[in-house]
Structure formats: C-alpha cells, structure tokens
Design a protein around this ligand. Structure first.
Ligand code: GAR
Length: 191
C-alpha cells in the first residue's frame, strides 16, 4: 500500500480523482494527508468530505521556498508519507523536498511536456495554435515541469475552445492517468 501525501493549491479535482481510484480498489494506496497553501482552496472541502486530514501551510507565512518545503517534509514525515503527489501545486519546489523524497515526487501538468511548461500550459497551447495538447504526469526534478515522464494523454483542441473548455477536456484525462501513473511509478521504483 503506497502512502501518499498530496499537495494542492486549487480545486483539488485530481486529489479527489486519486481518492476515488483508491476507494474503487484500482490503486493500492492510501492518502495520509493533504497539504494546501491557499486558505480558500476548494481542495480542503473535498478532504473534509473524504475524511482525509488537511493541513494549511500558507506560503505567505514562510520566509523562503526552502522554509515552506522544510515544513512540508516535516508534516509528511509525521504522517508517514512515502510518495509526494503534486496535484495542482502552484509553487516551485526546491531540493529540500526533492532530496527528502528522491524520485518519489510526482507532478501533473496540463500540456504534453516538454511543450508549454509553466503556470499557463493550457493558454500557451491555445495561443500557439496547436491542434492537439494534453496532460503529463512526471517525476519532478528541480527545473520546473521537467523530469522523467510516466504517462501522457492527448486531447484535441477544437475550433471554439476557450481555455476553460479546453482545460475541462484535459482534466477528464488527468483524472484517468494520474492514478495509473502513481501505480506505474511505484512499480518502476521497486524494480
Ligand atoms: C490541473 O489541471 C493541473 O494539471 C494544473 O493545475 C490543475 C489543478 O486542478 N497544474 C499546473 O498547471 C502545474 N503547473 P485541480 O486542483 O482541480 O486538481
């Protein structure tokens, strides 16, 4: 059973999709704790509904990225977390976290990496005029949105798409591949 710690900044739909996959018996894992960084994050309400402990670590209350990451590591260690799942974590992570969980930090990004890294992967794909984009789950390395790719799904861009309609179509695929990529990462790690 994989012991997961989830990091989320926003709505938490990927967090909930992983929890559902576990509940359905499709992923042999347990979410030990959710850490969120914005007091109003909807992810917190989902955690409450799912009966998963949720802890607010407001990045504004830390003097550096490293200081925040230290507290994340402390919190995860206290909760016996073995794998870190960045599910819409809109902060740059440092070696403080990446070294504490070497090769065990997973990130999801709403584009087909290495295209369109950064905060606005959906908008970048729209602006570039590509006809296909998608989502990527990868092992996080220090450079933002880089690292070995575990799984990707392609999503068509339709003529009338806005970033909202496109992001919604991408998220359907994110919710499918993230739980499967977690299982794949664990398998690869144990080999
Ligand atoms: C997801 O679409 C994820 O790919 C994206 O944030 C969204 C979070 O949605 N992450 C990034 O853009 C990271 N650079 P959620 O809170 O509903 O899971």
């Amino acid at each position: 059973t994989l012991k997961l710690g989830v990091l989320a900044s926003g709505s938490g739909s990927n967090f909930e999709a992983i929890a559902h996959s576990i509940a359905q018996g499709q992923l042999n894992a347990q979410i030990q704790v959710l850490i969120y960084n914005k007091p109003k994050a909807k992810a917190r309400e989902r955690a409450e509904r799912l009966g998963i402990p949720a802890i607010l670590l407001n990045h504004r209350h830390f003097r550096s990225r490293e200081a925040l990451d230290h507290e994340i590591v402390n919190t995860f260690k206290q909760h016996d977390v073995e794998w870190v799942i960045m599910a819409g974590w809109m902060r740059i992570v440092t070696p403080v976290l990446l070294d504490a969980y070497c090769d065990r930090v997973l990130n999801i990004h709403p584009s087909l990496l290495p295209s369109f890294p950064g905060v606005d992967g959906v908008e970048q794909a729209l602006a570039a005029g590509v006809k296909v984009t998608g989502c990527t789950v990868h092992i996080a390395k220090e450079e933002v949105d880089s690292g070995p790719i575990l799984m990707q799904a392609a999503v068509p861009i339709l003529p009338d798409d806005t970033s909202e309609t496109l992001h919604a179509r991408i998220q359907v695929q994110e919710h499918l591949i993230f739980p499967r990529a977690i299982a794949l990462a664990a398998l690869q790690y144990s080999e």
